[in-house]
Design a protein around this ligand. Structure first.
Ligand code: B1M
Length: 212
């Protein structure tokens, strides 16, 4: 199996979409859990391509094709992640303004849906006013903010402030590679999760806390 995961990692890094999808199917058929496939092949592929990018050994086009292959692979995980539970509540999810990274957010969406949440994904590069509008219109149980850049994570406090001006009890969860628990606490977020699987766990805790 580890050889299969290594091939999957290489396929994602090379941007081979069909190969990535087929290897994810093969891994699932072989009995691997989605989390293992994520942690041992898909995530390491993105980390390695990101590191190569930092060293000027890979460039934006390579990042883009790797991202597409990653998304293709993730699509195969979707049916397996979707659970039977429904009706845990509504989450509005978006990547903050100035940030077009979508993969992490999409994976969080899939895991939340799998955990029984309805998710309204309002996309990437979302302006603060748009978060407020969506919050006002739908009154979600949780608002989820994602950021992948150390510059754009600085937008999060602004969104939290604006949404809390609308509803002081708004429950807001934050995450993304540069975001930490310490940062989340400092900006007054209600919750933080380091990855998509933990995001589903944290979201359940947050709605349970709300109903007490
Ligand atoms: Co960009 N990029 N990128 N990029 N990119 C990073 C993030 C970077 C670390 C690469 C590097 O330099 N090593 C670096 C950021 C440095 C920093 O600020 N700290 C970077 C940069 C610099 C840039 C550009 C500025 C490059 C340029 O143009 N010069 C540019 C910015 C564009 C913009 O947003 N304005 C840019 C562009 C891009 C692409 C468009 C080419 C592409 C994105 C394609 C897409 O998303 N559709 C891209 C990619 C692919 C990456 C890397 C390689 C991979 C990101 C990814 O998808 N990871 C990334 C390097 C890396 O991460 N190692 C990099 C996989 C994904 C599943 O993980 O997104 O972390 P992640 O999500 C996790 C957790 O963070 C968490 O759960 C997810 C799943 O477990 N999580 C949450 C995420 N959101 C959450 C929300 C929650 C809870 C948990 O609650 C609501």
């Amino acid at each position: 199996m580890s050889e299969l995961l290594e091939r999957l990692k290489q396929a994602v890094m090379a941007g081979e979409e069909e190969e990535a999808a087929s290897l994810v199917r093969e891994a699932l058929e072989g009995g691997l859990e989605p989390r293992e496939i994520m942690d041992k092949a898909l995530m390491p592929a993105m980390e390695e391509i990101g590191e190569r990018f930092s060293r000027n050994e890979a460039f934006i086009p390579e990042l883009i094709v790797a991202a597409s292959a990653m998304e293709k692979g993730m699509e195969e995980l979707k049916p397996v992640l979707s659970g039977e539970d429904k009706g845990r509540g509504l989450v509005i999810l978006g990547t903050v303004y100035g940030d077009i990274h979508s993969i992490g957010k999409n994976l969080v969406r899939m895991c939340l849906e799998g955990a029984g949440f309805e998710v309204l994904d309002i996309g990437e590069d979302v302006r603060t006013e748009r978060f407020v509008e969506a919050y006002r219109e739908h009154r979600p149980d949780i608002l989820g903010l994602s950021a992948l850049l150390s510059s754009t994570m600085q937008r999060m406090p602004e969104v939290i402030q604006a949404v809390r001006a609308e509803d002081p009890s708004a429950v807001i969860m934050v995450g993304g590679a540069p975001v930490t628990q310490e940062f989340a606490d400092r900006i007054g977020a209600s919750g933080y999760a380091p990855n998509a699987f933990e995001a589903a766990v944290k979201a359940k805790e947050l709605v349970a806390g709300k109903s007490r």
